[in-house]
Ligand binder design. Structure first.
Ligand SMILES: NC(=O)c1ccc[n+]([C@@H]2O[C@H](COP(=O)([O-])OP(=O)(O)OC[C@H]3O[C@@H](n4cnc5c(N)ncnc54)[C@H](OP(=O)(O)O)[C@@H]3O)[C@@H](O)[C@H]2O)c1
Length: 282
């Protein structure tokens, strides 16, 4: 895993702090994207049933030799359940299909994709997750897009908090209340769209660019380093090998307190994605 630190989770598992996201990568292309990420040093891949590319991830793992054996043990593989498949029996059926597409014996993390509070089934879904964990087919249980009320409800109904909450998080959408809630309860925070899908590279009237120039790094590296120093797990997506390398090369510089303050000050009211209170990925 090279220099990428591990983040300890509340169940004793350790997740590589940097992974590769593969949202909006077509299945036919995903094997090559995953193979290149593994070649440049990624040991953490983040996919979902809803991305339609689990089979492509599986082909990439085979091509790179990470589908089984000792190399598989060095890899962290995350996938997510479709919202439409939440529920006890439907989750178990979905997992069988997903693991078949991924072509591996287990996933390191299985996640509820959206809380869908208007159609809450997380309690029943969690019981199926718990069974899969007991069978050793899933190592750790996570959620995405859960706000404090959703985490509270899940805890009240199952007696557990997830090990990870994967939320939209970047300089212009910092979700401080949810991050503070997670930290107080030992839930690790994982940032999706850590670059705001590219929109934050020019945030703040060029402030990210100025910080980047002063360190001789790229704007993307400044934002990703800010996440790293905040203790956040990140899963930037790139289909380009050069950018995959860049997004992993975050450990030869440090941001100063004034630079953190300048990036913290970019927090704003505009999200790049969807509202967990109303959205379903279906
Ligand atoms: N749980 C959820 O609900 C949820 C929602 C959204 C995303 N996610 C996960 O989070 C991952 C990352 O989020 P995201 O894909 O939305 O956005 P992102 O990682 O913030 O940004 C990806 C975009 O930035 C570009 N990019 C990447 N590295 C760059 C660099 N070094 N310099 C300039 N541009 C760069 C990429 O283009 P190229 O590919 O062309 O390089 C792509 O257009 C997803 O892939 C997915 O795994 C989860």
């Amino acid at each position: 895993m090279g220099q990428v630190p591990g983040i300890g989770l509340n169940d004793g598992m350790v997740i590589p702090q940097v992974g590769l996201g593969v949202l909006r990568v077509e299945d036919e292309r995903t094997d090559g994207v995953v193979e290149s990420a593994l070649a440049v040093g990624y040991r953490h891949i983040d996919t979902a049933a809803g991305y339609g590319n689990e089979a492509g991830v599986g082909r990439g793992l085979v091509r790179a030799g990470y589908a089984d054996g000792d190399r598989r043990k060095d890899l962290w593989l995350t996938t997510k359940l479709k919202d439409s498949e939440q529920g006890y029996d439907s989750t178990l059926r979905a997992f069988d299909r997903q693991i078949g597409a991924l072509g591996t014996d287990y996933v390191d993390m299985y996640m509820i994709h959206w809380p869908t509070p208007f159609d809450w089934r997380a309690d029943r879904t969690w019981r199926a997750f718990d069974r899969l964990r007991g069978e050793g087919r899933v190592r750790t249980l996570g959620v995405c897009n859960f706000l404090p009320d959703h985490l509270e409800r899940l805890h009240a109904e199952t007696g557990e908090y997830p090990s990870v909450d994967q939320i939209e998080l970047h300089p212009s959408w910092q979700q401080r209340d949810t991050v503070a809630y997670c930290k107080e309860r030992g839930i690790a925070v994982e940032a999706y769209s850590p670059l705001a899908r590219g929109a934050d590279l020019e945030a703040g009237d060029g402030v990210i660019g100025r910080i980047a120039r002063s360190h001789g790094v790229s704007p993307a590296q400044v934002i990703l380093r800010w996440h790293i120093e905040n203790g956040t797990i990140i899963i930037p997506k790139s289909v380009h090998r050069r950018r995959q390398e860049e997004n992993l090369d975050l450990f030869s510089f440090r941001l100063g307190a004034d630079e953190h303050e300048a990036i913290d000050a970019l927090d704003g009211p505009i999200r790049a994605g969807h509202d967990p209170m109303t959205f379903t990925y279906a």
